[in-house]
Design a protein around this ligand. Structure first.
Ligand code: SF4
Ligand code: SF4
Length: 219
């Protein structure tokens, strides 16, 4: 994979891309990949699959400690070198596919004072050769990525805040962070123990968990 770090694409910048089932490369982008999940990705996917967050995390993901942040990072477990959600017809969770799948072939860089995108190139991806032009803004809207960007920013503030503070969480704090940020149904069950509000809505409960971690580690 090549990321064109030289070029910063802003909202009104344009690029050419089109993806379809008819292309020879169809589904190749869903194989041999590291697919990281953000908290909002997990809420959308577990609901699409009719699972609790614990069931989803257990069945479809693994996690490790991020080298730079020291925080848990959730990644989709591949099955035979492919994303478990890919089928011969394409993505089986398309309506609720994760943020990075939505933005592809763009990667988003969000800093406090600016937001821009880099283009990603894969040898096999024929999407770049199609004569369909997009602005970055239109691509984001067409892929339903606005809400994902918004939710990911709320989580990234927490991760970046802990990272820039230099704080390293201990084992117990890491387990708590994992539940609070990624396992929304368990957080709801443990709300009293965690000292956060119990919410019926999964997204609100997820936001409660992230806010709880911000209060504990940043404020
Ligand atoms: S065009 Fe690119 S994104 Fe679309 S199926 Fe082919 S490899 Fe995947
Ligand atoms: S979630 Fe869907 S789009 Fe994303 S890698 Fe898996 S099958 Fe492909």
């Amino acid at each position: 994979m090549l990321i064109d770090n030289e070029k910063k694409l802003k909202f009104d910048d344009t690029f050419k891309f089109s993806c379809s089932k008819e292309l020879k490369c169809f589904n190749k982008c869903c194989m041999n990949l590291t697919l990281m999940l953000m908290p909002y990705d997990i809420v959308r996917l577990k609901n699409a699959l009719g699972l609790t967050s614990s069931e989803f995390l257990e069945k479809y993901t693994t996690w490790h400690i991020g080298a730079a942040t020291g925080l848990p990072v959730v990644v989709v477990k591949q099955v035979d070198g492919a994303c478990p959600f890919v089928t011969s017809e394409g993505c089986s969770v398309y309506k609720d596919r994760p943020s990075s799948c939505r933005l592809y072939p763009l990667v988003r860089i969000k800093k406090t004072d600016e937001e821009y995108y880099h283009m990603v190139y894969e040898d096999f991806c024929e999407g770049h050769n199609q004569n369909v032009e997009w602005t970055v803004r239109d691509w984001i809207v067409s892929q339903g990525a606005e809400i994902y960007n918004k939710m990911n920013d709320i989580f990234s503030e927490l991760v970046l805040g802990i990272y820039t503070s230099g704080k390293k969480l201990n084992g117990e704090e890491i387990a708590e962070f994992y539940t609070a940020c990624y396992d929304v149904d368990s957080l709801r069950d443990l709300a009293d123990e965690f000292g956060c509000r119990r919410k019926e809505d999964d997204v609100e409960q997820m936001l409660e968990g992230i806010e709880l971690m911000k209060k504990k580690h940043l404020y």
